[in-house]
Design a protein. Sequence first.
Length: 309
Amino acid sequence: MSMQNLDIRDFRRALSQFPTGVTVITTRDEQGEPVGVTASSFNSVSIDPPLILWSIDKGAHSLATFENTEFFAVNVLSRDQVETSNRFASRGEDKFKDVEYTQGVGDSPLLSDYSAQFECKTWAVYEGGDHLILVGEVIDYRYRDSNLPLVFTRGSYSVSSQHPSTVTYEKPDQSGAFISDYLLYMLRESYNRFSADLYPLLQAKGDVNPEEWRILAMVRDRGAITLEALAPIVMQPEVALLQTIDWMVDKGLVQLQDNTLALLPEGRRRADELLALAKQHEAQVLMGLSEEQSLQLKNGLKVIMASHA
Ligand SMILES: Cc1cc2nc3c(=O)[nH]c(=O)nc-3n(C[C@H](O)[C@H](O)[C@H](O)COP(=O)(O)O)c2cc1C
């Protein structure tokens, strides 16, 4: 492929296969006002000296502030901070309204909720095409081990979970007696195993990836829906959701009008076909259970979910 004919949309999609965390980078502008942007480009660079980096879009409103600031803070978000991520990804004037924070080095805002926090002194600013690369020397840091981090991949917010075990459930390890009878472990293993079968099936039979499948199923259930309402249900920030929808429009599955998404006849047909496929797959998953046992299992899970709503 000649990179001169780079398909930007496709390139973005390739890059999004690499999962990242999500941070809010904060500082103060020249007037002393707090400034913050959501950034997933954060990464570690060096241990000695302790350096980190992130990159900022040259089109960002806060570009000049970050380019010239002496200090900034990196707030690594926890999995409960999707709303915070969306808020700082917007162009809103008043991003800090109702956000709890304290002052760090150089008065950079330190969000009260975080998974980790790095207070930095600007170490270098490099050119990086349509971005600037900002390298910071870490002056202070802290983290909360019990706060699971927020993950971002394929345009969706996600949570990290331990990789499925290679120990088969049929032959549990003796030392794993507790684990193999522990509900959380069983739920996660069941989910991991069955979703691993389902997604390739949906791709092969319906030419949809997991993100597109979620949107199709949701719009089929709820009818036409605004992007604002859909984004939190499918756990995508609106910019990323627009990109996913762009692909679905190209495939003739959906139409977007006045910010409202609706299924086209082909989208409805595909959704019905895939829902039938998912039901079939579910029947296979439940094959070892009687009808009554399946019902009890589902009812039990509904009670658990409702009690944690
Ligand atoms: C998950 C996620 C990750 C993002 N990562 C970056 C990033 O690394 N660098 C960047 O410049 N913008 C990134 N953005 C976009 C900015 O947050 C967004 O453009 C914001 O409006 C910038 O704020 P400002 O215009 O007030 O400076 C990201 C957005 C989201 C939702």
